[in-house]
Design a protein around this ligand. Structure first.
Ligand SMILES: [Mg+2]
Length: 190
């Protein structure tokens, strides 16, 4: 598989942003829940796999959605340099199910060089299950996401999903996967 960088798009949480890592750190530092590791998050719907009060889970995700910079959300290792190198060949496209665009736009602006940030396409559409039509309309052929249901829908619609391997998406599929941003870079280089 060789991917033209103009034809690939990226989910943000769990792909560009280390949302799982941030969740665990906030749970530990702010709520004293220090027994969690990333491997404990075996379901995309965190409530289904962690024995933590639902109110705490919602509060942590609320903070990560509303002010990701303040909440200390960090990029996934290697994401930013690879995005900068891909941006030399084509504008970057991000499609997220986050409900509000501005907080995550500010987050991207903080980490991307101005020349790169100024050319991005960013869609925040609020619903996981509607992602496919947006991705299709943007003319993308490949999409990197960590939510298995989203990846399955993309595959049904003729878009090649790349499942970004995380503890919550490892089982029960035979879709193409990537382990890290070096894998993405390799797929996108001539
Ligand atoms: Mg995601």
């Amino acid at each position: 598989m060789k991917i033209n960088p103009a034809h690939i798009g990226f989910d943000i949480d769990g792909v560009v942003a280390d949302t799982g890592g941030a969740f665990i750190r906030i749970a530990c530092e702010e709520y004293g829940i220090n027994s969690l590791t990333l491997e404990d998050i075996t379901s995309f719907d965190v409530i289904d796999c962690l024995d933590i009060d639902q109110g705490i889970i919602e509060e942590i995700f609320g903070r990560l959605l509303e002010d990701p910079l303040q909440a200390g959300l960090a990029p996934m290792q290697g994401a930013i340099p690879v995005l900068h190198s891909l941006a030399e060949k084509a504008p970057l496209t991000f499609v997220t199910a986050r409900p509000h665009e501005e907080p995550i736009a500010l987050w991207l602006k903080h980490f991307l060089q101005p020349d790169t940030f100024n050319t991005i396409r960013l869609v925040a559409m609020g619903e996981h299950d509607k992602k496919t039509s947006y991705i299709k309309n943007l003319g993308l052929k490949y999409f990197v996401d960590d939510r298995l249901q989203t990846c399955r829908k993309l595959a049904e619609a003729g878009i090649t999903p790349l499942v970004y391997n995380q503890p919550w998406n490892k089982n029960g599929h035979d879709l193409p996967t990537v382990n890290n941003w070096q894998d993405i870079e390799a797929l996108c280089s001539e």
